[in-house]
Design a protein around this ligand. Sequence first.
Ligand SMILES: N#Cc1ccc(CCNc2nc3cc4nc(N)[nH]c(=O)c4cc3[nH]2)cc1
Length: 374
Amino acid sequence: MTTDQFTFTVTKTDGAARTGEIRMPRGVIRTPAFMPVGTAATVKAMYPDQVKALGADVVLGNTYHLMLRPSAERVARLGGLHKFMNWPYPILTDSGGFQVMSLSALRKIDESGVTFQSHIDGSTHVMTPERSIEIQGLLGSDIQMQLDECVKLPCTEAVAEKAMRLSLRWAERCRVAFGEQPGRAMFGIVQGGEVERLRIESAKELANLDLKGYAIGGLAVGEPQDVMLRMIETVEPYMPNTKPRYLMGVGTPDDIVESVRRGVDMFDCVMPTRAGRHGLVFTRFGRMNLRNARFAEDTRPLDAESKCAASNTYSRAYLHHLVRSNEILGMMLLTWNNLAYYQELMAGLRKAIAEGRLEDHIGEVKEGWAKGEH
Ligand SMILES: N#Cc1ccc(CCNc2nc3cc4nc(N)[nH]c(=O)c4cc3[nH]2)cc1
């Protein structure tokens, strides 16, 4: 009897929130987990061992970017994505559909897949569910996302229904194409726009496919936070509670806290890394824009009590100078601070759930943000 090499165990619950562990050959993912985004085989401005040292157990890669450059076949010839980027731990890859719709020019979507032009050189590419899974397999991805259609919000019910049903048919095609890859998983993606009955049908149909995990897609596409949270509340009861739930593209610290509260286990977002490169920092005291002149002679570090050197060593005045001067070190230090804060946030949430005090902890975290400048 082969032991399953990809398992998820819920270790503690506190209301709808849970702690858990996803175990696979390349390592363990402690949930709730935040996945730093490593789109083009790098978490921008970070060394891989720095990302690991911050507590990240898994990073996200993008099929869309890597298929265009350097190509999945080249990454495979070079030993796979883990070896290529020197990240031997778990990697989750998005399937490419969302990136096509948000990045590429001329594109056409039909039953067979998505045809699009590369945003890099204008070359034409066809992405079918089968090709997306093939690319993710060539990359050596540990958690492969189905190809799906994510509609822009707001949209009509008819548009949301058409995309949700297409995504369900693509989920089945991805499941067949994925086949048996011991130690790896393929996750389905719940769609349905803002239409509760569509969201529920999508979750139920995907649950019947008995996949290893399920994402909530089609959110963090410009809708207000209350709409996003209502969609999570709508689908959560229909998502198998023994499988990981992954909310794609989310989000701010507040989005993450409110979603963990509602039973989400995994997150990814470019926010901490992209914002860091633009001078925006996340701390226990809320966010600060270090371009602001008020920091020009502020001798305090970002957070003296943080374990992260970027947060506890450099003065805000110096960081302000680096940002204003558009210095590379500024991008490095603020990215480092932000990812450290996001991982500290996740570790705090995991601890609070394990101790059965999530609500109190959330109150303390939000009080810190509200207090702002200390
Ligand atoms: N800074 C910054 C910043 C930039 C963009 C965003 C929104 C990201 N939202 C988002 N990513 C997604 C990826 C997705 N991938 C797939 N395959 N399907 C989705 O429905 C999907 C939905 C998403 N929603 C959030 C923060």
